[in-house]
Every structure is written in structure tokens, then in C-alpha cells.
Write a protein that binds this ligand. Structure first.
Ligand SMILES: *[C@@H]1O[C@H](CO)[C@@H](O)[C@H](O)[C@H]1NC(C)=O
Ligand SMILES: *[C@@H]1O[C@H](CO)[C@@H](O)[C@H](O)[C@H]1NC(C)=O
Length: 462
């Protein structure tokens, strides 16, 4: 957790009214001795500096003057204080923004007439009335003997005692602010401060605006630094990123981001993708199913891997048992033989391709013992015929081919669809149509079509 600092120190203050523009008898922006710019409120001089910011004279209502301090990033507030150089206001409001000034919510009010000014009861002296932090109305700052006064607010004053920042998201939200605004709504006049009718010209004067707080890093950084563009950002650890360490780094989404506590770092965890993916995403369903341990899903697994953790080989590949799972070549191509195998997907563990009948080998590239190579890609290996009278005839050419090879005169027609078996096409050669004289039977009218691929030669089995 970053240390406690004055987050307003050196920051620009936007005042709705500043004396000296245009110049008057007492205020002249161009004269250093008579200038009272808002920058004096947060300059490094501190209480030792005798110079004060001063508002323009306010002859009549509205008398409210607004001081706004953008802190540059989210801080966790501890206190806010403002020292007045003249009589402190009889009524003031302290507001905060969490979205760099787009919206504002009150943190506290200060008035001796809480009901009249803000429609609220004065703050109870023993903490808050409700269960959570709330904007209470405190007594207006007391005028001091030197004529000045101090407005001081401890952020704990608006929150019930016993709430712990580590364990209370409500309190974490309550103390978080990117900007602070003080609205001075009614001058306190020397003498009768209860008189709300201001009749004499009046101006507010103050110095040393302090916003005590810690740079908000959600427990994931111990300091804040200026980045290359001059923005204040947390020096994030625990694999978090963002100006407030408010999210996990891209690959670190195995479990949801969480604020760190005093006991637990709640670091973001990298997805386990075995070195095969650079991106992953979080899946709540899987996280719940895993007993809130792991919910990362790897995206775009490379090196032919697949699965939630890139721990499988994708279809058409199998695990090389000789290589580690995180090896780039852990998955090898099945390389199934285009003719001998019945598919392209092999067994993921063994690499065994699905072989057609009579075919063997890891990639189905050989005829099994007792089989010999045929010319058919459907049954590339056929049983070696047993010599004898019941020799099976080859099914490649239909029996009635012979009758079609006798054109009496001129041309003849055959139905290729009916005549040639599936996977076969009519053979066209220079001698077609017609049968060459004395062609040996079977005359190859029907030939294997060039499907499924140009068949590679099958080796004879062992
Ligand atoms: C400023 O003064 C006007 C007029 O009195 C009032 O309506 C307004 O609410 C005041 N602003 C704040 C922030 O108190
Ligand atoms: C892969 O081969 C192994 C070992 O022979 C076997 O146990 C497993 O069932 C096979 N897997 C598939 C999907 O066939």
C-alpha cells in the first residue's frame, strides 16, 4: 500500500472566484504583492507561506465559491483540511468525484444550521446513525483568535466505527476519490456568525488545502509513479495493470481480479496453456465447476494443439510420446495413407490410423500378411487367392463388358452411370471407341477414377 501523502500538493486548484481579475485596489493579478491566485492553496510553501488565495469581493448573494482539486488519479482519502486566512465560512460543503469531475457526491457538510442549510440533522457525536458511511453535517469551523480558522474532516468521521477497509467494499468506495471540491456557501462574519444576511462586501481567503490520502492501487502496488505522459499511475505488481492496478494483465485471467488484503495478495494467475497459446479468456462456469480454482480457457492454441489448456493434439495429429507436452513438436501429423486408411484421423495416443481391410501399419501403408496389392483403391489389399477350382473372379470389370465390345457398325452407346461402378470412370484412350482387336480379357473399359487422390504405391506386406 502506498504511503500517506498530501494528494493536493502542487496540484492545480480551480477557484470559481479569484480576486485580482480585473484588478481592484486590494487585488491585482499582475502585481505579485497584491495577487492571490488559487495556486497558493496547494503550493509547497505550506502553512509557513504568508500568502493566501482570496476570492473576489462578494457584495451580495449568491455567496458560494467553489474550489476544485483534480487529484489526477484515484486516491483513498484519509482527511481533507483547509486553513482560512479570514473568518471561516458559516456554511460549507465537501464533495468528491470518482469519475474525474463528471459526477459529484457529498462527503460532509459544515454548518451551524444543518437543517436550514442542508436539510439534515447535525451529526451525532457518537458516530454515524446508519450502518454505512454517509455525508453528515458537522459544526462549522470555529473562528480563532487570529481571525482565521481550520476546516478539517477525517473521512472516518462519516463512517461507522469498526468498518475495516480491507473487508468492506462500501468503505473502499466511500474513501475513493479522483477529485475534491469544497463549496463555501456562506461567509462567517466576525461577531454575529448566525446572521445569514450579509450586507458588507466580503471575500473568502484561505491557504494550505490538504487532501491526505494514499494512491489507490487496490493493494497491488506500494508506490505511484509518473508515466511517460506525466500521469500518476500505480507501479503494479501481482500481474495486475491499469492506473489503479484494477485489472489482470491480458494472459493472467485464470481467476477473477481481486483486491489484495493484508493477508492475501490475490495475485492474478496466468492461464496454463503449456506454452502453446498467447491469449486466453476467463469462463465463470468452468471456474465454478473447478471449485473456484481455475477458469482460464486458452485461445488459438498453436503447434497443432487443442483443448482448454492446449493439452490435446488437434484432429489429424497425435502425441509424440518422446516429447514433453510443452514442446513445439509435441503433436505429430497422423500422415494416414490416402488409399490404405479409411480416414485422416488417427488415435491421439498411439497414432494408429484406421486401416481398410487387409491393410496394416501405423499409417496404413502396407498390405497385411496373406493380402496382396490390388488396383482398387476401395480394397487396396485383397486376399492372396488360394489356387483351386473356385477361384474368385475379379470384380473390377463387369461381366457383360465383352458384349459391349462388339459394335456391329458405327458408334455405340453405353450408360456410364450404370456400366461403371462407383469410383470408376470410363477409360478413354486413343483407340476409343471400339475395342482393339485381340485385346486380352478383361479389357479395361472401366478404370479407377483419379479419386480420392493419386494413389501412392502400396508396399507389399511383410
Ligand atoms: C450555490 O448557491 C446557489 C444560490 O444560493 C445555490 O442554489 C447552490 O445550491 C449553491 N451551490 C452549492 C453547491 O451549494
Ligand atoms: C487409442 O489406443 C489406445 C491403446 O490401444 C486405446 O486404449 C484407445 O481406446 C484408443 N482410442 C481411441 C479413441 O480409439
Amino acid at each position: 500500500v502506498p504511503g500517506l501523502v498530501n494528494a493536493a500538493l502542487g496540484r492545480e486548484v480551480l477557484a470559481s472566484s479569484t480576486c485580482g481579475r480585473p484588478a481592484t485596489r486590494v487585488c491585482d493579478a499582475s502585481d505579485p504583492r497584491r495577487a492571490h491566485p488559487a495556486g497558493l492553496l496547494t503550493s509547497a510553501g505550506g502553512p509557513a507561506s504568508p500568502l493566501c488565495w482570496r476570492s473576489d469581493s462578494l457584495p451580495r448573494a449568491p455567496l458560494n465559491v467553489t474550489l476544485t482539486v483534480p487529484l489526477g488519479k484515484a486516491f483513498e482519502l484519509v482527511f481533507v483540511s483547509l486553513r482560512f486566512c479570514s473568518a471561516p465560512p458559516a456554511s460549507a460543503a465537501l464533495l468528491k468525484s470518482q469519475d474525474h469531475g463528471r459526477s459529484w457526491v457529498p462527503l460532509a457538510f459544515f454548518s451551524s444550521h444543518c437543517g436550514l442549510d442542508y436539510g439534515r440533522a447535525p451529526a451525532p457525536t457518537d458516530g454515524t446513525a446508519g450502518p454505512g458511511p454517509e455525508a453528515l453535517c458537522f459544526p462549522a469551523p470555529q473562528a480563532q483568535p487570529d481571525g482565521g480558522g481550520l476546516l478539517a474532516f477525517s473521512v472516518q468521521d462519516g463512517s461507522p466505527p469498526g468498518l475495516d477497509l480491507d473487508s468492506s467494499p462500501v468503505l473502499q468506495d466511500w474513501v475513493t476519490a479522483t477529485d475534491i471540491r469544497i463549496v463555501l456557501t456562506r461567509p462567517g462574519l466576525p461577531g454575529d456568525a448566525r446572521n445569514s444576511e450579509v450586507t458588507v462586501p466580503y471575500s473568502y481567503a484561505a491557504m494550505d488545502l490538504q487532501v491526505g490520502g494514499r494512491c489507490k492501487c487496490n493493494g497491488h502496488a506500494s508506490r505511484c509513479l509518473l508515466d511517460s505522459q506525466g500521469h500518476l499511475v500505480c507501479d503494479c505488481r501481482h500481474s495486475t495493470e491499469g492506473p489503479d492496478c484494477g485489472r489482470c494483465k491480458p494472459f493472467y485471467c485464470d481467476r477473477p481480479w481481486q483486491r489484495a488484503t493484508a493477508r492475501e495478495s490475490h495475485a492474478c494467475l496466468a492461464c496454463s496453456c503449456n506454452g502453446h497459446a498467447r491469449r486466453c479468456r476467463f469462463n465463470m462456469e468452468l471456474y465454478r465447476l473447478s471449485g473456484r480454482r481455475s477458469g482460464g480457457v486458452c485461445l488459438n492454441c498453436r503447434h497443432n494443439t487443442a483443448g482448454r489448456h492446449c493439452h490435446y493434439c488437434r484432429e489429424g495429429f497425435y502425441r509424440d510420446p518422446g516429447r514433453a507436452l510443452n514442446d513445439r513438436r509435441a503433436c505429430r501429423a497422423c500422415d494416414c495413407h490416402p488409399v490404405g486408411a479409411a480416414g485422416k484421423t488417427c488415435n491421439q495416443t498411439t497414432g494408429q490410423c484406421p486401416c481398410k481391410d487387409g491393410v496394416t501399419g501405423l499409417t496404413c501403408n502396407r498390405c497385411a500378411p496373406g493380402f496382396q496389392q490390388s488396383r482398387s483403391p476401395v480394397a487396396p489389399c485383397v486376399k492372396i487367392p488360394v489356387p483351386g477350382p473356385t477361384e474368385e473372379s475379379s470384380p473390377v470389370v463387369p461381366e457383360d463388358c465383352d458384349s459391349h465390345c462388339k459394335p456391329a457398325h458405327g458408334s455405340y452407346r453405353i450408360s456410364l452411370k450404370k456400366f461403371c461402378r462407383k469410383d470408376y470412370g470410363r477409360h478413354l484412350s486413343s483407340s476409343s471407341p471400339g475395342c482393339p482387336a485381340g485385346a486380352p480379357w478383361p479389357w479395361p473399359l472401366c478404370r479407377a477414377a483419379a479419386r480420392p487422390a493419386v494413389p501412392r504405391e502400396l508396399k507389399q506386406g511383410p
